[in-house]
Design a protein. Structure first.
Length: 250
């Protein structure tokens, strides 16, 4: 394909990327394989209604892509699902409480999904683009940091901050990722929770403030969601505490 034609195709492509779509990579790839090359409207209908296996999470990604296309003045009925990709992302972890105080973790697989819509006339002559690998999947883990005595003292104080849902301190749960103190004596905390959707961020911030206020420690709290928290981040002490209050698995 000529350079001119490539430029035209790229100019009219509608590319939408969604992170952590609640669908396993293998299921998403299989679903995309069934509908790539079809009109966008038909692809969405097949993903949502069949025939055969459906995939509602991908149908919702196509919903968004069609809205974006409409905002750009493109006729959704004239578009083809030209390409798509799905790459396994971090699982979403949540708590399931059962009878008699027993509880465990539920891990839901997710994928980072990309779809490309293209006008039908151009889709017939264009080469399919290479799958998009999201940058977030290549993000390196935070390097371990040796904390000073003052930073260790702040971390020690955080053992008194208890997660109201789990009943265990935030340090043993693996929620405190980094503690550093700047030249002005302000503690900089990097923390996370079980998921970015957790409604307890404000509650946790207040609890941290209440504990650190006892020593007059000023702090800045930053929430970090990537890499996502996972049960493996819990310390051995934290696991023992969770088992003692009824959690059956991690």
């Amino acid at each position: 394909m000529s350079t001119t034609m490539t430029a035209i195709v790229e100019a009219v492509d509608v590319t939408v990327h969604e992170e952590q779509v609640r669908v396993a990579e293998a299921e998403a790839v299989a679903a995309l394989h069934r509908v790539i090359g079809r009109s966008a409207i038909e692809a969405r209908a097949r993903l949502r209604l069949g025939p055969g296996r459906t995939c509602e999470p991908l149908a919702r990604v196509l919903d968004r892509a069609l809205v974006v296309a409409g905002e750009r003045g493109l006729d959704p009925a004239a578009l083809v699902l030209a390409a798509g990709s799905a790459v396994a992302a971090e699982d979403i972890v949540r708590i399931r409480r059962k009878a008699h105080g027993v509880a465990d973790w539920i891990s839901s697989p997710t994928s980072d999904v990309t779809v490309v819509l293209r006008p039908a006339g151009l889709a017939a002559v264009a080469e399919a683009p290479a799958p998009v690998v999201p940058e977030a999947r290549n993000r390196p883990e935070r390097e371990p940091v040796v904390e000073t005595e003052a930073e260790l003292a702040v971390r020690e104080a955080l053992y008194d901050v208890i997660d109201p849902d789990l009943g265990v301190n935030v340090v043993d749960l693996g929620f405190v990722r980094q503690v550093s103190i700047d030249d002005a004596g302000v503690a900089h905390l990097v923390m996370t929770l079980t998921s970015a959707a957790c409604p307890l961020t404000e509650v946790m911030a207040r609890n941290v403030r209440a504990v650190l206020a006892e020593d007059g420690t000023d702090f800045v709290l930053e929430w970090e969601w990537l890499p996502a928290w996972k049960p493996a981040d819990i310390t051995s002490d934290g696991r023992e505490q969770l088992q003692a209050i009824g959690f059956s698995a991690f």
